[in-house]
Ligand binder design. Structure first.
Ligand code: ADP
Ligand code: ASP
Ligand code: MG
Length: 401
């Protein structure tokens, strides 16, 4: 079998843990498998590098950020290869470029466009264990790019798809996907399986156990992901196509996203095109706008509120600043978070949203913004109530049962 394994930051967080990973890799190799192993940077490393950059600039150049951040994964990839070689196994570490990962030009959020698997295949043929630095590729100009936070998951899924691997195992510090973050709600239940669509919603809404784009790609390429722990042995959670048994569940999970900030523009000139101008300019700066609320206009002006990732707030402020006198005032709230309820079964059930709102009311949590789709309900609330909201909602939908 050809297996792609991915080990996240905590799993390679120090030298002993890298050795632990090496032992796991040896075991899988001894069972007769070919192995491609994708690694993240040591936990905390990427954040540390971002902080270093912010020492010099609030809005550092995205190109230089990619040069900087891609280094963390190279460190762990080469250390793991060295550890394996010392254990007597042939291993070779590759950067994203060497692994043939070509992306578009969007620095810090690059999309994988193609993978040339020749080098990896040649190394595998020689009997080597191929270690790939996750989270990175190169664009058509040969510049280093990174794939967005949590992007090593995407590297692993893309490689599994391109190599037509028999399995894609994503190892972290949890033994699978739970009904909500088990660090917030200890009563959360581990799921044996979850559909791509539900997992995609959960991860897009903040469940970082899998990066959302990796789930999207897995669905597109038909890559079955298994989420497991690198610290224990267990079956993990299989992320796969929806089947009949899955449809029974109305609510499958609760997600919390703390990487949120709210922008409120007051007294915006109410003229056609203003929203397009604002949101186009934000899009040009690669700022993802999430929830948007516009009030009914009064006396020719309106209020416009939206959320952006907290990490993009400084860039958003610059964009808003460039509009000059088009609005009365702009204010920014960094202390918000988004709590969401996800479930494919919501499509055919009523009263799910009403229950969410009354649960929040009973706990005196004010809802600042709401958005819904067929399979999710999201609410923006004060950050300090985020974890409480997760727990009371988890209870209200009886997810521990
Ligand atoms: P890695 O660094 O290995 O990529 P992450 O920290 O990105 O790992 O993801 C694992 C973390 O995801 C867990 O420690 C857990 O706190 C968090 N998490 C959030 N939501 C969930 C969920 N629904 N199920 C499991 N883990 C979750
Ligand atoms: N090191 C990167 C991050 O922290 C990528 C990853 O871990 O998947 O976002
Ligand atoms: Mg991760």
């Amino acid at each position: 079998m050809l297996i792609v394994q991915k080990y996240g930051g905590t799993s390679v967080g120090n030298l002993e843990r890298i050795e632990n990973v090496a032992r796991r890799v040896v075991k899988a190799k001894e069972e007769g498998n070919d192995l491609v192993v994708v690694v993240s940077a040591m936990s905390g490393e990427t954040n540390k590098l971002i902080e270093y950059a912010h020492h010099f600039s609030k809005t550092p150049s995205r190109r230089e950020m990619d040069m900087l951040l891609s280094s963390g994964e190279r460190v762990t990839a080469s250390l793991l290869a060295i550890a394996l070689q010392e254990m007597g196994l042939p291993a070779v570490a590759l950067t994203g470029r060497q692994a043939g990962i070509r992306t578009d030009d969007t620095h810090t959020y690059a999309r994988i466009e193609s993978i040339r698997t020749e080098t990896i295949e040649q190394e595998l043929k020689k009997g080597k264990i191929v270690i790939v630095a996750g989270f990175q590729g190169i664009n058509r100009h040969g510049e280093v790019t990174t794939l967005g936070r949590g992007g090593s998951d995407l590297s692993a899924v893309a490689l599994a798809g391109a190599l037509k691997a028999d399995a894609c195992e994503i190892y972290s510090d949890v033994d699978g996907v739970y009904t909500t973050d088990p660090r917030i709600e200890p009563k959360a239940k581990k799921l044996d399986t979850i559909s791509y669509d539900e997992m995609l919603e959960l991860s897009s809404l903040g469940a970082k156990v899998l990066q959302n784009r990796s789930v999207e790609l897995a669905k597109k390429m038909g890559v079955k992901i298994i989420a497991k722990s690198s610290f224990s042995d267990g079956p993990g959670t299989m992320i796969t196509e929806e089947d009949e048994t899955m449809e029974e569940v109305v609510v499958s999970g609760i997600a919390l996203d703390k990487n949120q900030a709210r922008v409120s523009l007051r007294d915006v000139a109410d003229r056609p095109g203003i929203a397009a101008e604002i949101f186009n300019k934000l899009a040009q700066e690669q700022i993802n706008v999430d929830m948007i609320i516009q009030n009914a206009s009064k006396e020719g002006t309106t209020n416009l509120g939206f959320t952006v990732p907290h990490s993009e707030l400084e860039r958003a402020k610059e964009v808003i600043g460039s509009f000059g006198g088009e609005f009365g005032s702009a204010d920014y709230d960094e202390e918000v978070c988004k709590v969401s309820i996800v479930g494919v079964g919501m499509k055919s059930h009523s009263g799910i949203a009403a229950k969410a709102f009354s649960t929040m009311a009973q706990n005196n949590i004010n809802i600042e913004m709401i958005s819904t789709s067929e399979i999710k309900i999201s609410m923006i609330i004060d950050e300090k109530y985020g974890e409480l909201a997760v727990r009371v909602l988890h209870d209200a939908y009886e997810l521990d049962k």
